[in-house]
Design a protein around this ligand. Structure first.
Ligand code: HEC
Length: 464
């Protein structure tokens, strides 16, 4: 743990020096152009990893951080919120996708798409403090390192070892307003009363470095070039092509029983759309965790190696696309709840996201803790992750922590910030302290790493 922290701070210090020049030039120019200051001051580094400017002259990622100071007007809520997400789930997902693409897919080189900071007054925003640590943002597209990809996770024919997922997420202006409230003061973030306004839309695009030839659904791929680790276990960065595989969606919809609607899309190159982003076809929609559905470890629907898609008809709060011509064979979440190809097959979108708190008090999946503490799959302790809590409520209601209202990036941003701050203080304090007499204890509050997915060999889960 300490080792990792030292590495983080080291990386950060080096990169902060390298990047501050870039950040200053880019932010300085745009700030002068907007005297009204309808937005929060901009302080945050754009990214954490890129070769030095003398070695690299290509595309640069800019963090979109002109967070609106005022909550956008109700009239600006997206039109698609009028569609009934239960009855017309597919229409809802396609309209939401169009809404996300409108200002972000420009129709030229795909490398120019999703450059949210491009506009003078941007409409989409990034969460700061994702540059920090070994998984931090790379500097070409702002991608963060997400999760490993196991052999055969994406298709039976996929044998590639060491595969990984990278992703970048953006929030619309309703979401940007809430991010700005947390991060208005760069030295004293405000974690209290986080509640995203109705109308918040968050979307994320995920890319993999698994060779697209190994995965039938990745034929006709959409590729970005990014500065990523050589493989999932490596720490050295290289430029690599990564292929679009998934899109995630979160919507604060006032009709949703718990406040949020989650959606997922998977790339299918066979759709052969002229606009390749449109090859992301709906996987399904989720508005709750189905606390009553418990088919044990595997049930008939948990499906780590996707030869077919197994849809669970008992779920009432997840709908999966029924069309096998459109949806490539895919694993879903635990007992068939919604999850995408990048995600853990024993988890689910809302299960993971409802744990978003600062400080983090519970891991985002029961699997992400010491093997001896992992509860049996389907047990009462396990089902704690498949309860329904409402938006802006704490997962650990009995502990001193604040809800991040399902935003795991906000949770990570605060965790990274305090981690960095704590390290800096320790470095300074350490000079004056006799460590023998006054040992530097592990005084950080209880902390869990927020992981998206992990190999689970270490756990006692076996196929039936
Ligand atoms: C095992 C945990 C886990 C699962 C399952 C999961 N996510 Fe996430 N998700 C994360 C983490 C961690 C982040 C923050 C880091 C990042 O950007 O990926 C995140 C980020 C996001 C974001 C960006 C906004 C935010 O919260 O910061 C969206 C949107 C999102 N996920 C949607 C989904 C959807 C939709 C699904 C299901 C199809 C899903 N997630 C499944 C862990 C998970």
């Amino acid at each position: 743990m300490i080792d990792c922290r030292n590495r983080c701070i080291h990386t950060f210090a080096l990169l902060a020096i390298m990047l501050s020049a870039v950040t200053l030039i880019r932010c300085g120019a745009s700030q002068a152009a907007d005297p009204e200051k309808a937005y929060v001051d901009q302080h945050y580094p754009d990214f954490g990893f890129l070769p030095s400017p003398s070695q690299y002259k290509g595309r640069l990622f800019t963090l979109s951080q002109k967070y609106p100071k005022a909550e956008p007007d109700v009239s600006e809520r997206p039109e698609f919120l009028k569609i009934d997400f239960q009855k017309n789930w597919r229409e809802y997902l396609l309209a939401a996708q169009d809404y996300c693409f409108r200002d972000n897919v420009l129709g030229g080189d795909v490398a120019d798409d999703f450059d949210a900071a491009l506009l003078d007054q941007p409409k989409w925003f990034h969460v700061p403090w994702q540059h920090y640590g070994p998984s931090g943002r790379e500097g070409v597209h702002g991608l963060t390192k997400e999760a490993p990809v196991q052999p055969q996770q994406l298709a039976l024919s996929q044998t590639y070892q060491g595969g990984q997922m990278y992703a970048v997420a953006i929030y619309n202006s309703f979401g940007g307003y809430q991010i700005g409230k947390v991060w208005a003061d760069k030295n004293v973030p405000n974690a209290k009363n986080v509640r995203f306004p109705v109308g918040t839309v968050v979307m994320k695009v995920l890319f993999t470095d698994v060779p697209s030839e190994e995965v039938p659904s990745l034929s006709n791929p959409l590729k970005w070039n990014a500065y990523v680790t050589e493989n999932y276990l490596a720490t050295n960065r290289v430029f690599k092509e990564v292929s679009l595989i998934q899109m995630d969606l979160m919507v604060r919809d006032e009709r949703a029983p718990h406040g949020w609607v989650f959606g997922n899309y998977q790339y299918n190159g066979k759709m052969n759309n002229k606009n390749k982003w449109k090859n992301l076809i709906p996987v399904g929609i989720q508005w709750g965790n189905d606390p009553d559905v418990n088919d044990g470890t595997w049930g008939d629907y948990t499906n780590p190696i996707p030869v077919i898609t197994r849809r669970n008809p008992h779920l009432k709060q997840t709908i999966i696309n029924p069309d096998d011509n459109e949806l490539p064979p895919t694993h879903l979440g635990w007992n068939g709840r919604l999850n995408g190809p990048a995600d853990n097959y024993l988890s689910s979108c809302m299960s993971c996201h409802q744990t978003a708190q600062s400080p983090t008090k519970s891991p985002s999946s029961p699997l992400f803790q010491a093997a001896t503490q992992v509860p049996p799959v389907g047990s009462k302790a396990w089902m704690r992750w498949f309860q329904n809590i409402n938006c802006a409520e704490r997962f650990d209601a009995d502990k001193p922590t604040s809800s991040m209202d399902f935003s795991l990036q906000l949770a990570i941003s605060l965790q990274n910030f305090y981690h960095w701050k704590d390290e800096a203080h320790r470095t300074i304090a350490g000079r004056y302290r006799n460590e023998q007499l006054n040992p530097v204890g592990d005084d950080v509050t209880e902390e869990f790493e927020i992981l998206r997915s992990e190999p689970i060999e270490s756990n006692q889960i076996k196929p039936r």
